[in-house]
Design a binder for this molecule. Structure first.
Ligand SMILES: [Zn+2]
Length: 270
């Protein structure tokens, strides 16, 4: 356990976005879950990106009642449209996913050549739209991954007919104008560890609708300060929560209480 995390945490917290499969395959999952428990991270939403982790989570959640899961084909992980064929099977499993995600658009590393670039964008849009249709048909909320693609993401969401309250922009990385748009749309937003080390994130956080605000680790990526350069894990959500509470001039407990309620509401957690 990282000594920086030890303390007493009367207020429980939910990690609304994490990836646990790597920890499992490396034999570290029990340690990571014990650390989370010690930090009162009482529940977690494990987010799918590809058929391989859909399979893993479908099995894993059977023995871990406090972990919920989602299924979705990530724009940077997707290889072909065929991968989507299996998604409905996972929606019909005994323990149902709590959302479709993470899905969306990522224009961060597009190929330089115009034709190749257009192809990637078209492919990302295609699988995004198809998964939104599935979410709508199954009345499931959606976890959005969107990077350097706000306008396209937003337009596709508006055209999908899914209401804002069913949409969560995870790992918020856009600015104030985009936050204003999401606010009027009624979408949820979630902040990750980047809040503690990347400039320009405090302003959008300050204007976010408090009733639509969540917090996450996105572990094993995006470790918050002061835990960098360690690998991120759910227990470290405490550092991001503390930072966010301070930014919002709230007590840590009030902040945890607020995001806890919002997370339960968005994913309809029991
Ligand atoms: Zn993620």
């Amino acid at each position: 356990m990282d000594p920086k995390i030890i303390g007493s945490y009367p207020m429980e917290i939910i990690d609304s976005h994490c990836h646990l499969d790597d920890f499992f395959y490396e034999g570290k999952i029990e340690e990571v879950l014990a650390n989370a428990e010690q930090a009162s991270v009482t529940r977690m939403v494990a987010v799918g990106t590809h058929p391989k982790d859909w399979e893993f989570y479908a099995e894993f959640v059977r023995n871990h009642g406090h972990i919920f899961h989602t299924v979705g084909l990530h724009p940077l992980v997707a290889k072909n449209e065929k991968e989507l064929d299996q998604l409905p099977i996972f929606l019909g499993k005994e323990i149902k996913p709590v959302a479709i995600g993470e899905i969306g658009l990522d224009y961060h590393r597009l190929p330089p050549e115009q034709r190749a670039k257009d192809e990637v964008i078209e492919f990302q849009k295609l699988i995004f739209v198809k998964q939104l249709e599935l979410a709508k048909a199954n009345d499931l909320p959606v976890v959005i991954h969107s990077r350097q693609a706000f306008d396209d993401t937003f337009n596709i969401l508006i055209n999908s007919g899914i209401r804002g309250g069913k949409i969560l922009f995870h790992c918020y990385g856009y600015g104030v104008p985009e936050m204003e748009k999401l606010k009027s749309f009624g979408a949820f937003v979630s902040f990750a560890g980047t809040l503690t080390f990347r400039k320009g994130q405090a302003e959008p956080l300050k204007i976010a609708n408090p009733d639509r605000l969540l917090i996450e680790t996105d572990c094993p990526y995006l470790t918050p300060e002061p835990h960098r350069p360690k690998r991120n894990e759910p227990a470290f959500i405490r550092a991001t929560a503390r930072f966010a509470a301070k930014t919002l001039d709230m007590s840590e407990n009030d902040f945890c209480n607020l995001t806890h309620k919002n997370t339960e509401k968005f994913f309809a957690l029991k």
